[in-house]
Design a protein around this ligand. Structure first.
Ligand code: FAD
Length: 298
């Protein structure tokens, strides 16, 4: 992060959810929620955002909860990536999310950056996207009018656009537990190790019974599932010719652009290679073999 914040804003720190709801009802689009600030503060400094009010949610205890009840994992809005990495439940039962969390930025950023801030930023390269999409996570939204749940597959509308209404906030994310043997892999391509956003991200989840879930980020306007690839793979054993077919198909499902981090052609080329490595690693892990979770696959 560089530069100074050159415009003035009011800073509010609600102590509980009722106060947060009151502030959001009062200020609507004039306000921005401040969580870890690793995205928002950079954007304010760079002049891309100029909210009149910042509502800091870090004082609300309820939003810090990380709870597993045997059927699902609740991740409160203020839970950071390092808290996810340190959680035994996440490491043991949601290894795809654990692996994706480890790939985010650096320890320093992960100490502040939250998973919910990541999805609310809704950038195409968000590293939590593929894991949440594969796990079919539900996003819990709250406002004065109550609560609604949105499947993560319907949450993103475009780059930096979500279904969040002006007086709503994300309370947390609920991830169902898959009670069958599964193996997974998050393959992230960056320009270097450490604080770099994904040039391509591929998340694979293979569930016992030959069920394949494949999602990607940074190769389209939003992170999304690759449904055609899934359809091709479902019910089949993985082998070289099937992988070749899947590699051809993924090109139809992504629409990468050329930007400062990579060309469109490079992204397409690498997405195919990453799909292959991710599928092989996930199937191997399902069978108790393969690279350890957290080991770089590209
Ligand atoms: C050096 C650096 C490296 C980075 N590397 C990565 C990386 O490798 N991978 C990656 O995916 N990202 C990366 N990021 C981006 C950023 O760290 C993540 O997106 C992070 O998860 C954002 O979380 P936060 O808590 O800091 O969000 P904030 O910056 O506080 O908020 C982000 C946005 O979400 C909104 N928001 C936050 N919480 C809520 C809520 N509960 N309800 C409604 N709206 C909300 C805010 O108003 C804001 O618009 C990096 C950033 C930096 C500065």
């Amino acid at each position: 992060m560089s530069g100074v914040i050159s415009h003035e804003f009011e800073y509010l720190k609600p102590k509980n959810l009722d106060e947060l709801v009151d502030f959001l009802t009062q200020y609507k689009t004039k306000a921005k929620i401040l969580s870890g600030g690793t995205d928002l503060i950079v954007r304010i400094k760079d002049g891309f955002e100029s909210p009149e009010v910042l509502i800091d949610i870090k004082g609300i205890g309820e939003l810090k909860e990380l709870k597993f009840n045997g059927n699902s994992l609740f991740i409160g809005a203020s839970v950071t990536f390092n808290e996810l990495i340190d959680s035994e439940v996440v490491r043991e039962r949601y290894p795809l999310l654990w692996e994706a969390s480890k790939s985010v930025a650096s320890t320093a950023i992960r100490n502040r950056a939250t998973l919910v801030g990541n999805i609310c930023s809704a950038v195409p390269s968000l590293d939590s996207g593929p894991a949440l999409l594969d796990y079919e996570a539900e996003v819990i939204l709250k406002s004065r009018n109550g609560e609604r749940k949105v499947n993560i597959n319907e949450f993103f509308l475009g780059p930096r656009k979500t279904v969040l209404k002006e007086d709503e906030f994300v309370y947390g994310v609920l991830i169902p537990f898959i009670n069958r043997k599964n193996g997974s892999a998050y393959v992230k391509l960056g320009r270097y190790n450490g604080e770099d956003l994904a040039q391509v991200g591929i998340g694979i989840l293979v569930v016992e019974g030959k069920e394949y879930r494949v999602a990607h980020c940074a190769v389209g306007p939003v992170a999304a599932r690759a449904r055609k690839v899934e359809q091709l793979l479902n019910g089949k054993d993985l082998n070289d010719s099937l992988i070749e077919e899947a590699k051809k198909l993924i090109v139809e499902e992504i629409s990468p652009i050329t930007d400062i981090r990579a060309t469109k052609e490079y992204r397409i080329h690498m997405a195919k290679i990453m799909l292959e490595r991710g599928l092989k690693a996930a199937v191997d892990r399902l069978n108790g073999k393969g690279p350890k979770y957290g080991e770089r696959l590209i």
